[in-house]
Design a protein around this ligand. Structure first.
Ligand code: ADP
Length: 639
């Protein structure tokens, strides 16, 4: 049969293009990626062999083989794992499964590859990275369950398409044949391969065997050397998590991390421990040093891989960690669970709950330690994963204060960096201050200049700045050490000093009622502000109103959001209100006062980061006022 031709999906082509032209200096990682796929394929076959009698454990054991052929210019990496059928190969090696890939490619393009080839290093690009060292890749595969010799051959030169045809393969598994590029021939060298394997793939649990040729004394002719072919294991091959911590160098921990996470960057923290007691299990967990691009996607796969006595049972076991710790990568190897454990069993298993609680505590404790002893790493953590961790305040009632203690905030007192803890906030609270104040917004700069903070500044109260979409959901209603969280944007805030200074504002009652009537379609109330000092007015929500940022987010997601009216707060201490009061009482200049009322509302909206009600009208009126003022300026005596 003729080979069938298929086209790569667009994003694969883009990725291949990047690979081929990559200046990335560690191209040997492509060998690691292929070995890593081989190891995954064996994990799968080994697991399937537990339940599927058609899958037979190979007589020679589970193995990965590497053979370099200098004459042919090929490097072949073979496994006796699960293998691929035609359709699987077309799908797995013609598209990209990772949901963050599009963003990755966009990021690469934007950053200009030539200047930052290391960006490749921040992303697990898997199989396609083989085109960094090969100009043609051939893959021959046969399903572990296939009874006859029916295999498939997949081949591509990365020129937009690939070919697949039927072929004969005598044993199950996959051979990946790299036709090494002219200027990358060093990857055919035995010592180079040994070096790559010992550096990047030593932890692989299965033996990695290499075909080597040695000149040895001939048995037939004395004094003559003859080439002898041998197979030699070139990795140590013991499950890293079962080894003694003291014997594991950091680099090995890191390589193992890269293997399981498909991340190219070193992790921020390694957590390796054995739990004993009601449930016995070993954990090798990692906190990555940067957030994966898809961590906020629904499809993001949560949880470490689950092993039972060294056999991998599943890739991502979400029953083992709460979603707010979903940045954790790693493996958990249980000594007590049955090998045939299923999703259903996991969901209602007491032992699994014990493991989950234990892991949660361990991770939170580790973060606590980091906060105390390694503030730089902790800040990195906080920048990358603070947004994920804080979800726990909402979802984990028992641990919410522990979690809150692990958050870093920007605030009016933090000097522009997110470094303030709640402990510090509470310690710095003024004597007459009972609540913890926060402000939500999309930009720290805008917030820092906001009129909403005037009275807080005057009182010396610290205000936390929050820029994440979920902040209001999480913090409204939260209490930390008995202190309530209050949004400076919502509710009727009265800070004594300002109330004192401006009196109760009762003398403005009539003007206020007038404004309320004018603006009745747009605001639900006009009231005297307890939070303004210098600015004339601002809009605020009620205590139980939905946060404006939350509202925007819901709208963006296409959700119905009930129409919400704000409250307009006015600052009677501002001279505009004295003037308006005069106009109102003496001249009854109704139409002018109506215009002013609208203009004040528009200003308040602008200060809250929103649009004026009627931008055209706003602009017209502002220009009009400018003209008037200009007239006064040039003929001051006529005023
Ligand atoms: P990833 O391994 O991160 O999923 P890759 O691009 O490295 O991405 O591989 C794509 C897919 O191709 C794998 O998920 C797997 O389904 C399949 N694959 C690759 N190598 C092998 C192999 N040696 N045996 C079986 N399947 C493989």
């Amino acid at each position: 049969m003729q080979p069938e031709k298929y086209s790569f999906k667009t994003e694969v082509n883009q990725l291949l293009d990047l690979m081929i032209h990559s200046l990335y200096s560690h191209k040997e990682v492509s060998i690691r990626e292929i070995i890593s796929n081989a190891s995954d394929a064996i994990d799968k076959a080994r697991y399937e062999s537990l339940t599927n009698p058609e899958i037979i454990v190979p007589k020679e054991g589970w193995k990965i083989r590497i053979a370099a052929d200098r004459d042919a210019g090929t490097l072949t990496i073979s496994d006796n794992g699960t293998g691929m059928a035609r359709q699987e190969a077309v799908e797995a090696l013609g598209t990209i499964a990772h949901s963050g890939t599009k963003e990755f490619i966009a990021a690469l393009k934007q950053k200009n590859m030539e200047n930052s080839p290391d960006l490749i290093g921040q992303f697990g690009v898997g199989f396609y990275s083989s085109f960094m060292i090969a100009d043609k890749v051939t893959l021959i595969s046969r399903k572990a369950a296939a009874k006859d010799d029916a295999g498939i051959k997949w081949e591509s030169t990365a020129d937009g398409s690939f070919f697949v045809e039927d072929t004969v393969k005598t044993s199950p598994g996959t051979d990946v044949i790299l036709h090494i590029k002219q200027d990358e021939k060093k990857y055919l060298d035995e010592w180079q391969i040994r070096d790559v394997v010992s550096r990047y793939s030593d932890y692989i649990e299965y033996p990695i065997l290499m075909d080597i040729v040695r000149e040895e004394d001939s048995a037939l002719e004395k004094g003559k050397k003859v080439p002898i072919r041998k197979e030699e294991q070139i990795n140590s091959g013991k499950a890293i998590w079962l080894r003694d911590k003291a014997d594991i160098p950091e680099t090995e921990y890191h390589e193992f991390y890269k293997h399981i996470s498909r991340d190219f960057a070193d992790p921020l923290k390694v957590i390796h421990y054995r739990a004993e007691g009601t449930s016995e299990f070993t954990c090798l967990l990692y906190i990555p040093s940067h957030a994966p691009l898809d961590i906020f996607y629904k499809e993001f796969r949560i949880g470490p891989s689950l092993y039972v006595r060294k056999v991998q049972i599943m890739d991502h076991c979400e029953e083992l960690i709460p979603p707010y710790l979903r940045f954790i990568k790693g493996i958990v190897d249980s000594s007590d669970l049955p090998l045939n454990v299923s999703r259903e069993i996991l969901q209602n298993n007491r032992q699994v709950t014990v493991m989950k609680n234990n892991i949660t505590k361990k991770v939170l404790d580790t973060l606590g330690d980091m906060k105390k002893n390694d503030s730089e790493a902790f800040r990195t953590f906080s920048r990358e994963f603070g947004r994920v961790l804080k979800e726990g305040i909402h979802y984990d009632f028992a641990k919410k204060e522990t979690i809150a203690d692990l958050l870093l905030f920007s605030s009016t007192a933090s000097g522009g960096v997110a470094a303030r803890t709640l402990e510090e906030y509470v310690a710095g609270m003024k004597e007459d201050q009972s609540d913890i104040y926060y402000m939500t917004g999309s930009s720290l700069r805008d917030m820092a200049d906001s009129p909403y903070l005037e009275a807080f500044r005057a009182k010396g109260y610290e205000v936390l700045f929050m820029t994440d979409d979920i902040d209001d959901l999480i913090f409204s209603g939260f209490e930390y050490k008995g202190r309530k969280f209050k949004s400076v944007l919502k509710g009727d805030i009265t800070l004594e000093q300002t109330a004192e200074k401006s009196g109760t504002g009762a003398e403005f009652d009539q003007l206020r009622d007038f404004m309320k009537t004018v603006l009745k379609d747009d605001v639900k109330d006009v009231r005297i502000s307890g939070r303004l000092k210098d600015s004339p007015c601002c809009i605020v929500g009620d205590e139980d109103d939905i946060d404006p940022r939350m509202e925007k987010m819901l709208k963006a997601m296409g959700q119905e959001v009930p129409v919400r009216k704000n409250v307009l707060e006015i600052n009677p201490g501002h001279p505009i209100f004295a003037s308006m009061k005069d106009l109102f009482e003496k001249d009854n200049a109704v139409s002018l006062l109506e215009e002013y009322s609208r203009l004040l509302l528009d200003q308040a909206l602008l200060l809250a980061g929103e649009r004026p009600k009627d931008p055209a009208r706003f602009s017209r009126y502002l220009s009009h006022l400018m003209v008037e003022e200009a007239k006064h300026a040039s003929h001051p005596d006529k005023a």
